[in-house]
Design a protein around this ligand. Sequence first.
Ligand SMILES: Nc1nc2c(ncn2[C@@H]2O[C@H](COP(=O)(O)OP(=O)(O)O)[C@@H](O)[C@H]2O)c(=O)[nH]1
Ligand SMILES: [Mg+2]
Length: 139
Amino acid sequence: MERTLVLVKPNGVERGLVGEVVGRFERRGLRLRGMKMLVVDRALAERHYEEHVGKGFFADLVSFITSGPIVAMVVEGPSAVKVVRDMMGATDPVDAMPGTIRGDFALDIGENVVHGSDGVESAKREISLYFAPGELVSA
Ligand SMILES: Nc1nc2c(ncn2[C@@H]2O[C@H](COP(=O)(O)OP(=O)(O)O)[C@@H](O)[C@H]2O)c(=O)[nH]1
Ligand SMILES: [Mg+2]
C-alpha cells in the first residue's frame, strides 16, 4: 500500500471539479485517508514547490497555488503514487490523454487542475506539509 498527496488546485475548486476528481479516485478503488479545504500561504507554497525554486515559472506557480482555496487529500492504494499520476495525465494538458483528469479538464500547463506527488518519498514529505498525523485515518 502507498499513500500520495493530491491537490485540487484553485481553478479546479473554482470550476466545481472537486467531486469529479474525488469521484474518479473513489471509483478506481483508491481510498481517501484525509481531506481538507485550505488557502495555501506563500511559505507553504514555497516549501511544497521547493524543487522548482529558480525556474522561470516559479513565481507564477506560487502566485497561482495561493490564489484561492484548494482541496488537499491523501489517497491510498496499491501503487497509489503511479496510479494517481497516470489518472492525472501529463503535466502539460495539451499532451495529456483524453480520459485523464488534465486531458479532460485542462489546456493550460500553469492551471492544470490537480497536483499529485511524483514518488513515495516526495509523497511522505508533501503529506506532512498538509496534514498532521492525527488528521489522517487508518484502514
Ligand atoms: N507556466 C509553466 N508552468 C509549469 C511548467 N512546468 C511545470 N509547471 C507547473 O508547475 C507544476 C509543477 O511542475 P512539475 O512538478 O514538473 O509537474 P507535475 O508534477 O506534473 O505537477 C505543474 O503542475 C505546472 O502547473 C512550465 O514550463 N511553465
Ligand atoms: Mg511535480
